[in-house]
Design a binder for this molecule. Structure first.
Ligand code: ADP
Length: 543
């Protein structure tokens, strides 16, 4: 027997409709690309998004077309997401931190028809426009006064387009399963691959993110997503904040410690989100300036693991609750959040921090398990570690144009490429990337755990561990170290430090010192490049 409830398509336009109708006066504050801080409301964003949709339709954009954005977090970028999807098209966030050739490849692969861009990215676009003949033109997200002189073809002014557009444009209606957004993974191996979100997956994911044990945004929250909208669907905040009616503070192009602090303070931000490197800059600024964080209540940190000192500093020194989150572009992106469960508040500080340093528990709608190399499920005992598999309505089923082939197994599980433990309470902890884990004599050694312990050495600024071929053990760990400026720890010194802290067979076979460890565009250690760099290296134990 079928249920007898209404068929109400979960389209993202319903989110901004709701915000405008019930939270119409709630502010959206932007540090603009032009410089000054500007204020508008959800009602304004809604009205301007409708004009944006009308303008795009006027430019010939039709249902299913892909329209790219290359922009910072601003109200105009937010309007663009709702305008593009409201016109029935697909927003495609281009990442300005990639190399121009990569951006050109991605724009071509996605078949972007128009690009809505901040003026700061005009030089990049001028460089790559010839490589992207499919792009019909560029809308610069600014007003006439700030329009740069540019060689871009069909360069239009966003504010002029909006001023001339139909304010009563009706959202294109359609199937909730239709594509709404597109974001490419940075692709540490092979070409970047497109993850194509649907209206339905975005709406369901934002509902799940707003769960009280997840991000829990409310109409009282003041949210500042420092995580860029071009990174992994902005961690859902472009949808969850309007859905809740939270005040939105958008930091524009300035993400340094002082600028981020200024907005946290003047706008009384209660909730913010970004990767660890952003918070490193903020904490440094706070220490140098002697400032406090009286308004900030919660900070979500993800993208890479939260270092213990960062968690302790936020919680103890500044009284800010840290939510450690894990996810990936392929998961819309949120998978887990480290919110404590009943009874855990009564634990001592160190014990609580120990739990919160894990990557957290699945939000509703994310299913998760760990398996061994043969695909057998492993125990949820917090000890066993294996390949982390996920499934759910906001998890990728295949990449755009079938790139990379079939992704799911017979039961619909997606291989995250992470290696993890899951404890009896459901807290997941990443111990490695599948391709980085070191397989020594049939057993696994976690490169991340070794790195985390190594950076505890006072003379080590950064550490990376890679597996090096070994005739007897298959692979053995090599520790690559960047010393702290002015320090010169010896190989023996570092190994002695580790010897007290890891199982004997985990001890790296050698330590090498370098000036720099290579990083990806999103700040992660580039193990592939590092492995290439040490391709000819022989371990002393293998000679
Ligand atoms: P990229 O940053 O490469 O563009 P994603 O943001 O999709 O792509 O990266 C997802 C990956 O980032 C995860 O599979 C995981 O390896 C890593 N990651 C994300 N959050 C965390 C976290 N809290 N701790 C450790 N690793 C994380």
């Amino acid at each position: 027997m079928q249920g007898l409830m209404q068929d109400w398509p979960l389209r993202v336009s319903t989110v901004i409709d709701h915000a405008a109708r019930y939270h119409g006066e709630r502010e959206v504050v932007t540090r603009t690309v032009e410089g000054p801080v500007e204020r508008c409301t959800y009602r304004d964003v809604h009205g301007r998004a409708r004009r944006c949709a009308a303008a795009l339709a006027g430019l010939g954009v039709r249902e299913g077309d892909v329209v790219a954005t290359l922009a910072w977090n601003t109200h105009r970028h937010l309007e663009a997401w709702y305008g593009i999807t409201g016109a029935g098209a697909v927003y495609h966030t281009l990442n300005p931190r990639l190399f121009p050739e990569q951006i050109a490849y991605i724009a071509g692969h996605a078949e972007d028809r128009w690009v809505l861009a901040d003026t700061s990215f005009v030089p990049i676009l001028e460089q790559l426009q010839d490589a992207c003949p499919g792009i019909e033109g560029f809308v610069l997200l600014t007003d006439r006064q700030h329009m740069p002189a540019t060689g871009l073809r069909n360069a239009l002014c966003y504010e002029e387009l909006l001023a001339d557009a139909d304010p009563d444009f009706a959202w294109i209606q359609g199937d909730e399963g239709a594509a709404a957004g597109l974001c490419y993974t940075s692709g540490t191996t092979g070409n970047p691959k497109g993850v194509l979100y649907s209206h339905r997956s975005n709406v369901l994911h934002s509902l799940a993110c707003n769960g009280a044990d997840a991000l829990a945004l409310t109409s009282r929250t003041v949210v500042m997503p420092v995580v860029p909208m071009f990174h992994a669907n902005a961690w859902s905040i472009a949808f969850s904040a309007p859905m809740a009616g939270a005040k939105l503070v958008l930091p524009g192009p300035r993400l340094d410690g002082a600028s981020v602090y200024e907005l946290l303070d003047t706008e009384r931000v209660s909730f913010t989100a970004a990767v660890p490197t952003v918070w490193l800059m903020l904490l440094q600024h706070l220490e140098e300036s002697g400032s406090e964080l009286p308004y900030l209540q919660r900070v979500v940190i993800g993208g890479s693991a939260v270092p213990r000192v960062m968690m302790e500093t936020f919680e103890k020194r500044y009284g800010v609750e840290v939510l450690h989150a894990w996810g990936m572009t392929e998961m819309s992106p949120l998978g887990t959040v480290g919110v404590l469960k009943a009874g855990m508040d009564a634990l001592g500080f160190d014990e609580r921090i120990g739990i919160k340093l894990k990557q957290g528990r699945p939000i509703y709608s994310v299913e998760m398990k760990i398996v061994d190399d043969a695909g057998r499920e492993l125990a949820r005992d917090g000890e066993a570690f294996g390949h982390l598999l996920v499934r759910g309505p906001a998890v990728v089923s295949e990449y755009l144009k079938g790139e990379g082939g079939a992704l799911l197994d017979d039961e619909g599980w997606f291989q995250t490429g992470d290696v993890a433990t899951i404890d009896p309470e459901g807290f997941m902890q990443i111990t490695d990337r599948s391709k980085d884990v070191i397989k020594s004599g049939g057993e696994w050694i976690s490169s991340i755990e070794l790195e985390n312990i190594a950076v505890g050495h006072p003379g080590i600024a950064e550490a990376a561990v890679i597996g090096i071929a070994h005739p007897k053990w298959d692979e053995r760990p090599l520790l690559v170290v960047v010393p702290v400026e002015g320090a010169a720890p010896s190989r023996e010194d570092v190994l002695d430090f580790l010897r007290d802290r890891v199982a004997r067979w985990w001890l790296p076979d050698d330590v090498v010192f370098v000036d720099e460890i290579p990083h990806t565009a999103t700040g992660k250690i580039q193990k592939l490049t590092l492995r290439e760099q040490f391709a000819d290296y022989r371990l002393p134990t293998a000679r």
